[in-house]
Ligand binder design. Sequence first.
Ligand code: 1GP
Length: 250
Amino acid sequence: KTLYQTLQARKDKHQKSFAVLIDPDKVSTSVTDELIERSLAAKVDYFLVGGSLVISDNLDTCIQQIKSACDIPVILFPGSPAQVSKFADALLYLSLISGRNPELLIGQHVISAPFVRQSGLEIIPTGYMVIDGGEPTTVSYISNASPIPSDKDDIALCTAMAGEMLGMRLIYMDAGSGAKRPITESMIERVSAHIEVPLVIGGGITSAEKAYRNCKAGADIIVVGNAIEKEPALISEMAAAVHSVRAVTP
Ligand code: 1GP
């Protein structure tokens, strides 16, 4: 079974997933060890590894550290085409469909295509949508593209629908790392009701309650980075909240 088939099967069963985002530039080896240990105990479903600004060559080392310690799948969440590591299990092949910057829609993909193909990684075509998170986040600055306004649920819906019809296998709505204002439940509800591919939600989620409410609204996968870097103990609370949604959803 491919990783994507597992994601789709979980969605079909209304099973929600919790993913811990690790930015290899921000966490030391010992912090990564702590995050792995807590993630194992909390039955975290996935690790996402990447960031807008991964400049060090820690990527391979960080993924190898995770792979040697546990079986939790590692999915690359690349901020640039250079962030490819053959040690991961899969790669989110992101096209920034919320923006109008041709480089991030297709340009960088053309340049990196042979390299990505050669990696042998499972590729998951992902419609990446940046939603305004209150004030400029790294992703909105770096992407040089306007995010979708946070109250424009219809624009988000039509963007996600277009992405799905273009063949994207995942829709990732991101308010940006450390966003002051995470994505609203109303936007999640609107988008999730009209797409069939799994919906990933991240950016500025700082509490187990918000993670829970996002899942109830229709998110399939919750991604948290910042909050757990600051407070690793949140991992167990958040994972439990996300996993509890299944019990009450028919
Ligand atoms: C960022 O969606 C992720 O791209 C996670 O955001 O770091 O704010 O949790 P946080």
